[in-house]
Design a protein around this ligand. Structure first.
Ligand code: MG
Length: 262
């Protein structure tokens, strides 16, 4: 069952999205060779709690941390660790969720650490572009297949493997609600989108095969061929026109910036 959200509920998700965006920006800025994924996790949890939010992932089905940190051939759901240090030339996916008043926002980004090869740069750029192509289809009257097809239309011609075992999702009072939002599909098919639906759109593109497996830690998802993987995600509200993306950082107006002493 797909739950349409009232504006009051969307307001909470918008607030969660803004705390998320500010936290994610700070975590990205802190990424450098030598820092551990646990250092990043602690920073994120502190920022979220200081802003009055709660981490969505911590405790979700037993997940132990605030962030999912997935490096190189890790696709999603990597567990932060003091032993896992970022190296020059890595790519790092940071996935983060925030709860305000019981409502979630969810987003992810993959960043290069220093220099990466042109092909890896292309992988990152294509995955982000595909996410935005999917988001552009998230309008009332369109269908779920339009989102998946738009994502596929970016990844397929470049030969990237588009992960099928993990997909986007509805979001609201639960981190994962109906509908599932696959990163593949046929235009004009699937559930019709309605204003007030809240979706997390999150393509995962691999350098090689789309086939993935879960590691013995029961969480970390890796590519079966060792190819590197990128993941981008935003949470949004379907509207009659352009979707409202909740997890993009809004720039404060000059007045409020002065007022807050920042
Ligand atoms: Mg998600």
């Amino acid at each position: 069952m797909i739950i349409l959200k009232a504006e009051r509920e969307i307001g909470y998700m918008r607030e969660a999205g803004q705390i998320l965006a500010r936290t994610l920006a700070a975590v990205k800025a802190a990424v450098e060779p030598g820092i551990s994924t646990m250092d990043l996790d602690r920073m994120a949890e502190k920022m979220i709690r200081q802003a009055g939010g709660k981490p969505s992932f911590k405790g979700y089905k037993g997940f132990p941390a605030t962030l999912c940190t997935s490096i190189n051939d890790e696709v999603v759901h990597g567990i932060p660790s003091t032993k896992r240090r970022i190296k020059e030339g890595d790519i790092l996916s940071i996935d983060i969720g925030v709860i305000i008043n019981g409502y979630h926002a969810d987003a992810a980004v993959t960043i290069p650490v220093g220099e990466v090869s042109p092909k890896i740069q292309e992988l990152l750029a294509a995955t982000e572009k595909a996410m935005w192509a999917g988001i552009a289809q998230a309008r009332a009257g369109k269908r779920l297949g339009d989102i998946g097809a738009a994502i596929q239309a970016v990844g397929d011609p470049l030969g990237f493997g588009i992960v099928r075992d993990f997909v986007g999702h509805g979001i609201g009072q639960s981190l994962h609600e109906d509908p599932q939002v696959p990163n593949y599909g046929t235009p004009g098919y699937g559930t019709v989108l309605k204003a007030g639906m809240c979706l997390a759109i999150e393509p995962m593109f691999n350098m090689g095969t789309h086939i993935v497996k879960v590691m013995p830690d029961q969480w970390t998802v890796v590519t079966t061929d060792g190819g590197w993987s990128a993941h981008f995600e935003h949470s949004l509200v379907v509207r009659e026109g352009e979707p409202e993306v909740l997890t993009v950082q809004r720039v404060e107006s000059p007045q409020s910036a002065v007022g807050s002493g920042q």
